[in-house]
Design a protein around this ligand. Sequence first.
Ligand code: 5RP
Length: 255
Amino acid sequence: MLRGQDLNLRPSGYEPDELPDCSTPPRHSTKQCPIIAKMERREMKMLAAKAALDFVGEGARLGVGSGSTAHCFIELLPQMRARVEAVVASSEETARRLEAAGFRCTAEAGGLDLYVDGADEADGNRQLIKGGGGAHAREKVVACSAQKFVCIVDESKRVARLGEKHPVPVEVLPMARGHAARKLAAMGATPDWREGFVTDNGNWILDARLLDLTDAAATEREINLIAGVLENGIFARRRADVLLTATANGVTEES
Ligand code: 5RP
């Protein structure tokens, strides 16, 4: 069985071999070359990640998130090595990257000063949808055990209303897939099984579209009451304390 980290469900980082040739853009085209767009997005993620370094204090006990923006943060983190006392990873992939960067990870999350992670969507109240990479259950544990959660996004992740662009990922025990899907449908959602994807916890993901997220905290709680649900990707009850958004003009900070 394939595990999450073996699947290339979501592109991360700059992969030159996958990209089309843009050396001769079509005449009269106003579309941006996808190579340039992708590089600019990576630069924006790097900008947000760099801004998050300022939150790493002396003797920091640090939680690190998952996904391509968190990977940018991991790339930069060795600059802060002398300040970091302990590190907790929110996924197996993050643990591998942290260890490759020379950090030894602690298995248990608890008493952290800071958690730094990306998001799939962020609204104006610093509420998030996460779990595009299927790591949201561990991410929520680490976020909840940290005093401060700094979320790093590029401007493409900003939404006026949660759920605008991204479904809510729901991690379920494999045996609970049908039951949880029916319960989500009864809540008005259209659940799609992320077929072939297995989380780091050995579970499956249902991506729930069209959920009513007017009261995101209430929906977050309601989904987690479904038997067999481990965790969902709404971060409203534990929203970000600080939201750093990278734009073409620099990084904005909301807290
Ligand atoms: C993984 C996550 C990620 O933070 C989220 O998917 C954003 O990823 P990226 O930085 O690659 O856009 O929640 O479960």
